[in-house]
Ligand binder design. Structure first.
Ligand SMILES: C[S@@+](CC[C@H](N)C(=O)[O-])C[C@H]1O[C@@H](n2cnc3c(N)ncnc32)[C@H](O)[C@@H]1O
Length: 303
């Protein structure tokens, strides 16, 4: 049986020393990847914060590997119109505060492309399961702080953020209620939650979407389900959809991407946005954009 070492997230220095001692057979030991990874070694290696086990790939490590690959393929080299529109609304909401000293947490920040924009508004912390893309994000956005891991477990001070942003992450966490309670606890009093999450009725009834990958959790929300989920902890400030989309039925004509592209090219981006806005308001958008304000008395359930 092969022996594998594990490295606790708090013991990265020991992990690197271990890698130096025993070599790097998988060729993958770096600061960004070592925490939480199961690394294969040929000799036993045990100490505080380090351990050995026979290798059984856990569902957590498979999920992290899946998101690593997904982010590398879908986000690192550029973002879709859907992502740009999500970023547009979050920035619009942040611009209204006129502040440049906000303490911002982006949960599920993936490749860090939006962290790169959020740093304009203050100090930014990013958390994600994907170790390798986060390592590259650290290099690209050195002024931000990144943590690898589950946002429910990462050691962050409670009540220490003015704004928490999550683009397309809510639908991929295991326990949605615990996620909302956790971001509530991490926000300072009066803090703001800004989420972008897939709009279930649109994706189910008007789009053709591949079934989820076996290592991907996926549960979409409707507008009402999202209000129910967040209601105990947040008062809704805004909730609307973004990026009209349909592959089926009559909706696919007004939502066609080439109409928006044409308007943008020949008349300017404001026209493309004006075309999209009534459909977004009517709930035809791929994404639900949620902006909530922390309720002072939401119950605290942090683990
Ligand atoms: C669909 S991707 C979106 C990535 C990024 N927000 C974007 O819009 O490009 C979902 C991301 O959520 C992250 N994620 C899922 N569950 C998480 C959790 N419990 N804690 C932290 N990140 C999580 C995944 O690793 C993945 O990068």
């Amino acid at each position: 049986m092969e022996t594998y070492a594990w490295v606790a997230p708090t013991e990265m220095t020991k992990g690197l020393a271990l890698a130096e001692t025993f070599g790097d057979p998988a060729g993958e030991i770096t600061w960004g990847r070592i925490a939480g990874l199961r690394l294969r070694f040929t000799r036993d290696c045990i100490g505080p914060g380090l351990g050995c086990s026979s290798m059984v790939q856990t569902s957590e490590s498979r999920e992290a590997a899946y998101w690593d690959q997904w982010n590398a393929e879908n986000r690192e080299r550029g973002q879709s119109e859907v992502s740009h529109r999500q970023a547009y609304f979050v920035r619009k909401w942040l611009d209204q505060s006129s502040r440049r000293d906000l303490r911002i947490l982006e949960v599920g920040c993936g490749a860090g492309w939006f962290v790169d924009q959020l740093v304009e508004y203050g100090t930014v912390t990013g958390v994600d399961l994907s170790p390798t893309v986060l390592e590259r994000a650290r290099e690209r956005v050195p002024q931000a702080t990144f943590f690898t891991g589950d946002v429910l477990d990462v050691d962050l001070p409670l009540g220490s953020f003015d704004v928490i942003v999550g683009l397309e992450v809510l639908s991929h966490v295991e326990d949605h209620q615990a996620f909302i309670a956790r971001v509530h606890d991490l926000l300072a009093d009066g803090g703001h939650l800004m989420l972008a999450t897939q709009n279930r009725p649109v994706l189910q009834n008007h789009c053709i979407i591949a079934p989820p990958h076996p290592d991907q959790r996926r549960r979409w929300f409707s507008r009402d389900e999202l209000t129910d989920l967040t209601g105990e902890y947040f008062s809704t400030v805004r909730l609307h959809s973004a990026t009209p989309l349909a592959h089926k039925g009559y909706r696919h004509i007004p939502t066609a991407w080439w109409i928006r592209r044409g308007l943008e090219k020949y008349l300017g981006p404001a026209w493309a946005r004006a075309w999209a806005w009534p459909m977004e308001w009517a709930g035809w958008g791929f994404t639900l954009m949620y902006h909530g304000k922390k309720k002072p008395n939401g119950s605290r359930t942090t683990r």
